[in-house]
Ligand binder design. Structure first.
Ligand code: HEC
Ligand code: HEC
Length: 458
């Protein structure tokens, strides 16, 4: 029998001469087209999916946790979740957290022994209220639908008066729906469906992804002073947009540099939406979880949840609006020459010791770990080496000192701004400190400060 491959050569030639180049051409055309327009499939949220209810552990942000953690959180575990583990699986931090729990700074939402007296677990009612206001991941919104029976006349008119603010903050349902799809595709695996920082990949990261549900964001530049009101400033939309576009160096927050401006803005809107929803949930649960407060505070009444949500939404939208009305204006930098800047830095050293060294021990090289407002763990930056989350420029350092780092416990410091007398002399303690911190990160400048000004730094 003649083997079939004897007849094959002519066919092979045909394949080589015509078919390969043909497919090659088609393939390169496809690639070329790919170059012009990268295919970026955006996932849509399933129509029936709801935002899950918050459960587990909660840190009370009224009183920061005061104990010093002994180690970073266990991989894959929020530090507070240690409290739910059996003794032998716990880390050394758990004992400290037990004390915090006794002092009513940490609560377990899954165990409310006192709620029976208060008429049962309020969470189903809370979930219904939040769903009415904030919709679902597929159809997010911030006001209940027009015909929702939850809209009693009293709250209806109050909510209606907030529509212009929601327009201003770009929280229209169509923008939110776009943001929600982009969020599902790009962010959810780390930040979680509700923005709790607890996505399936998020819990394995150090530091943990931001939990938006306490209204606290770290890297802000709103310029408002809320210390007197005891209110935490919210970020400007531009702050959130910068974080999304540039990421946060030294953490796992990536830079989404190729997203269009419209996509970034839709994501910013959706982060604000999740933060509003999460904070109303958080504020209610914090009251309900604390037996003493729950019994006395009318805001803890599950029957009055729609009114509570309306009041909170009113307060929060106005706060976000205020923080978005302006951004920080930096005081003019009085130091123009290298020599003037170096002299300023040498004066800034004393200010650093007075204001910053208690946390940034050994210029940050020996900083101790610290619980933050979420009950997760952070560490004052090593300013003599480590990179910064936001760019290491004099302007950003000024902004961090001026605003503090909310949630991380770094206080804002504004009393260093130049007095009129200092201004007249062409000096500013603020910029003295800024240049000291700026030069701390530069080995050459550190040596200069040591050799020329006798500062004790290496
Ligand atoms: C790979 C994980 C990961 C992904 C994906 C991710 N993030 Fe983050 N994100 C983080 C981490 C970690 C932090 C906290 C960093 C820190 O505190 O230093 C963070 C912080 C933030 C913050 C807080 C900034 C502040 O000032 O406090 C915002 C806002 C944010 N991310 C938005 C987004 C958005 C929007 C997306 C999707 C477009 C996204 N992130 C995707 C990990 C991620
Ligand atoms: C109560 C403790 C505390 C004090 C006081 C404090 N810091 Fe911090 N600082 C922190 C913590 C915590 C972080 C890390 C924040 C994070 O990313 O979680 C930090 C981070 C920083 C950063 C890094 C910002 C970035 O983009 O990564 C700078 C710069 C900084 N601090 C400067 C200062 C200066 C200057 C002072 C004095 C005016 C000061 N800090 C006082 C706790 C403190």
């Amino acid at each position: 029998m003649i083997p079939s491959n004897r007849q094959a050569p002519p066919q092979r030639n045909f394949t080589r001469c015509y078919l390969f180049p043909f497919f090659g051409l088609v393939f390169s055309l496809t690639l070329l087209q790919g170059c012009q327009k990268p295919p970026e499939p955006i996932e849509t949220n399933p129509p029936k999916e709801k935002y899950p209810q918050r459960s587990g552990w909660l840190a009370c942000d009224k009183q920061d946790l005061t104990s010093i953690p002994v180690e970073w959180n266990q991989n894959g575990l929020h530090p507070l979740a240690e409290l739910g583990l059996e003794k032998e699986k716990r880390s050394k931090n758990a004992e400290l957290l037990e004390t915090e729990q006794k002092n009513n700074r940490v609560f377990n939402l899954d165990r409310y022994p006192h709620l029976k007296d208060l008429g049962g677990d309020p969470r189903p009612k809370l979930a219904a209220t939040l769903d009415a206001f904030f919709g679902t991941p597929a159809e997010p919104r911030i006001f209940p639908a027009e015909k929702d029976p939850i809209l009693k006349p009293e709250i209806k008119s109050q909510l209606q008066s907030l529509h212009p603010i929601s327009e201003e903050l770009q929280l229209r349902p169509d923008i939110l729906a776009k943001g929600a799809s982009l969020y599902r595709t790009n962010c959810q695996t780390c930040h979680g469906v509700t923005g709790g920082g607890d996505g399936p990949a998020g819990r394995y990261l150090t530091p943990l992804p931001r939990d938006y549900r306490q209204g606290a964001f770290k890297f802000i530049s709103t310029g408002y002073d809320f210390t007197a009101d005891k209110v935490r400033a919210r970020p400007h939309r531009d702050d959130l947009a910068r974080t999304i576009r540039k990421g946060l160096d030294g953490s796992s927050m990536p830079a989404f540099a190729t997203l269009s401006e419209a996509d970034v803005q839709a994501l910013v809107s959706y982060v604000i939406h999740l933060s509003l929803r999460g904070e109303i949930e958080y504020r209610f649960l914090r009251i309900a979880a604390d037996k003493k407060i729950a019994e006395e505070d009318p805001d803890g009444d599950p029957e009055a949840l729609p009114e509570f949500a309306t009041r909170q939404l009113d307060r929060l939208l106005k706060l976000w609006k205020k923080c978005n009305e302006k951004t920080i204006t930096l005081e003019e930098d009085p130091y123009l020459t290298e020599t003037a800047k170096l002299e300023a830095a040498s004066r800034g050293h004393r200010l650093f010791l007075e204001n910053c060294a208690s946390c940034h021990l050994g210029y940050g090289r020996e900083s101790k770990l610290k619980f933050d407002a979420w009950g997760s763990i952070t560490k004052p930056r090593n300013l003599a080496g480590e990179g910064y989350r936001v760019g290491r420029t004099p302007q950003e350092i000024f902004t961090r000192i001026y605003e503090g780092i909310p949630g991380a416990g770094m206080p804002e410091k504004r009393d260093l701004l130049a007095t009129p007398a200092e201004k007249a002399e062409g000096r500013s303690r603020m910029w003295d400190l800024v240049y000291f911190v700026y030069y701390l990160g530069d080995a050459y400048k550190r040596r200069q400060l040591r050799n020329e000004f006798g500062l004790p730094i290496d």
